[in-house]
Ligand binder design. Structure first.
Ligand SMILES: Cc1cc2nc3c(=O)[nH]c(=O)nc-3n(C[C@H](O)[C@H](O)[C@H](O)COP(=O)(O)OP(=O)(O)OC[C@H]3O[C@@H](n4cnc5c(N)ncnc54)[C@H](O)[C@@H]3O)c2cc1C
Length: 591
């Protein structure tokens, strides 16, 4: 069965050598001394490696079951959830006044990677709760915060996000769920929501559903959507749980992966609900937390790639097949281990250089979210908003590909279930779909984000790259990083220019290249991350680190990314510049 070891040292490297968090002026960051974060990460590493990872395969095999309207989670989930709650992990980056520990989001994200790597399906129960609690925190009245948040921060009550309906997923303006106003200020919610993650289960006393619905007579389409708090059980003013509300589970979906997470059809039949935020501003309320939610899903791409890679490395060192082309390396054995073969190395290097680059990208994104919230830094907010579709779309596309590569290292043993490798691939697949399918992320990037504030944020990104290249252009030790980064950044600028020149004239030209652009941009981001990591590694080596091997390995891995992965930008640019002619040429009936 697969194993998982939390990559504490790699995370510490990003937090301290690269982002230098404890010296940052972001409020709360001074607490993030290396010893402290190390202790937190080690503790999270034990819980995820020893408790959650072994349950991953149990969740996959057993799945959830619906009996008499009640959803039961797989064996062991409930006890593990108790352990997670007792450890205070659910409120790590939530405000102290509601029972959290008020740690910066960057630390919550670092810990979140471990949870997700060890057991994505399990982690979603607390992940969805975190998202719902964050929306109440941002938009709730004081009364609503006091009533709902303490139990959600502790995960005594869990949360869900209800957007999707059978006929509306991406196009939420088509929504039909209704909210009828009542004399006492509450609403009666009726309609059907589908695909609701963690929609029902046996691990919490109550479930707080956040539901998008339309108040009859309101504006048409998306402008008439509002957000409501709809609990599974009603709660009185003293916080006591009362009668069952009018929400029931119609079904749980059978699906490709994340079997341990209950994906529910929820039927609302005049359920009591309470408006959260302003009337008809439901999308704004739901999406306030969009950067975090999408960063969290991007992290699932990294998390799946990391755990799959760890197991692939073990297998490649253990499995004996063939001999090294340059001469026998294991004379005592009947064959050499897989890891001697260049093509296996290529695959492992793809995976390793992706996971480490993606980790730096995500933690940088989380740091910008902290800057936006804790310092009200509008530039950080603008830049992370621009990069969010890339974090979500590029990292989950690539993360999925990496799980396939890890599975491929096992040959046929990766395809059969015995080694557990297919679960990583099956579980990782959903991250490309939910929280806005990746095609729509690319659309958002090209169609909207590039032009926000007159293109200010994309210019800020180019400035970051330019400044890095200028400041480090003469450093011989960084030559392998600066030159490829410059070339890739030129490709990105040329693509941006192409969109500016052609996009207005023929939107099909721009949108036919949106997926390529998201990937081109993603590679440049990872190139920038690797250049920064290389600089940090060189600094540590120059300062006489006692861990030379670790830092030299970083440099070698980074050189691989710059030489072998980053040149993909040229291919993406070439495709983008062909425009939409070949993409749109066929009439629909000729498909
Ligand atoms: C396991 C699972 C868990 C989920 N959890 C939740 C949850 O907790 N809460 C919730 O509300 N929903 C949840 N969802 C729903 C998920 O968010 C939607 O499936 C997703 O948003 C896509 O909607 P759809 O399936 O209706 O696809 P559609 O909207 O029909 O889209 C189909 C395809 O067309 C593409 N597309 C659509 N419009 C455009 C366009 N304008 N331009 C280009 N391409 C376009 C999309 O990218 C997609 O590839 C979950 C789904 C699954 C499978």
């Amino acid at each position: 069965m697969p194993t998982y070891t939390a990559p504490v040292k790699d995370i510490q490297f990003v937090l301290h050598d690269v982002l230098n968090v404890s010296n940052s002026d972001v409020p709360g960051y001074s607490e993030l001394e290396a010893d402290f974060t190390n202790a937190v990460l080690e503790e999270a590493g034990k819980l995820t490696g020893d408790v959650l990872a072994p349950l991953n395969v149990v969740g996959d095999h057993e799945g959830c079951r619906l009996e008499n309207g009640v959803v039961y989670t797989p064996t062991g989930f409930k006890a593990a959830f108790e352990q997670v709650k007792e450890g205070g992990w659910t409120g790590l980056d939530m405000p102290e006044e509601y029972g959290g520990q008020n740690m910066p989001y960057v630390l919550g994200t670092a810990v979140g990677e471990m949870f997700s790597s060890s057991n994505q399906a399990f982690t979603m129960y607390q992940g969805l709760t975190h998202g719902a609690a964050a929306a109440i925190l941002a938009h709730g009245t004081d009364e609503q915060k006091t009533k709902w948040l303490p139990n959600m921060v502790s995960c005594e009550w869990t949360g869900t996000m209800n957007l999707t309906e059978p006929h509306c997923g991406t196009d939420l303006g088509l929504m039909r769920t209704k909210a009828e106003p009542q004399d006492n200020g509450s609403y009666k919610i009726s309609g059907q929501k589908i695909f609701i993650s963690a929609g029902d289960h046996d691990m919490a006393d109550n479930i707080v559903h956040l539901v998008l619905a339309k108040v009859p007579g309101g504006p048409e389409g998306i402008k008439g959507v509002s957000l409501f708090i709809v609990p599974k059980f009603l709660v009185d003013d003293e916080g006591n749980i009362g009668a069952r509300n009018g929400v029931s589970v119609g079904n749980i979906e059978k699906k490709m992966g994340i079997h341990g997470n209950s994906t529910c059809v929820l039927n609302y039949d005049e359920a009591e609900g309470y408006l959260l935020g302003d009337l008809n501003k439901g999308m704004r309320a739901m999406f306030t937390m969009m950067n975090e939610a999408r960063l969290g899903v991007g992290m699932q791409g990294l998390a799946a790639a990391e755990v799959a890679y760890q197991n692939a490395v073990d297998y490649a060192k253990d499995r004996l097949q063939g001999r090294a082309v340059t001469g026998v390396e294991n004379p005592e054995g009947p064959a050499d281990p897989l890891i001697v073969h260049p093509d296996i190395r290529r695959s492992l290097m793809d995976q390793k250089s992706f996971a480490e680059g993606a980790r730096a990208f995500i933690l940088w994104g989380a740091q910008m979210i902290d800057e936006a919230h804790r310092k009200e830094d509008k530039d950080a907010d603008g830049l992370v908003s621009l990069l969010t579709p890339i974090i979500k779309g590029f990292l989950t596309d690539e993360g999925y590909d990496m799980t396939v590569k890890a599975q491929q290292i096992y040959g046929g043993h990766g395809y059969i279930e015995e080694h557990g490798m297919s679960q990583f691939t099956r579980d990782a697949r959903i991250a490309m779909i939910y929280e806005g399918a990746n095609g729509v992320q690319a659309l958002d990037l090209v169609g909207r984000k590039l032009a926000v504030d007159g293109g200010k944020h994309v210019m800020a990104f180019f400035d970051l790259v330019k400044t890095f290249c200028k400041e480090n252009g003469d450093d011989e030790d960084l030559k392998d990083f600066v030159e490829p980064l410059k070339a890739a950044s030129k490709d990105l600028q040329a693509a941006g220019m192409y969109f500016m020149q052609t996009g207005m004239k023929n939107p099909n030209d721009a949108l036919s290249g949106s997926n390529d652009f998201m990937h081109l941009f993603g590679h440049v981001c990872l190139g920038l991350m690797w250049a920064q990591m290389a600089k940090a590694a060189n600094t540590a080596l120059a300062n006489g680190t006692t861990d030379k091997e670790f830092y030299e390995t970083k440099l070698t891995t980074g050189r691989y990314y710059m030489a072998r992965r980053l040149p993909a930008t040229g291919m993406h640019l070439a495709r983008i510049q062909t425009g939409g002619d070949t993409v749109m040429a066929l009439a629909a009936e000729n498909f």
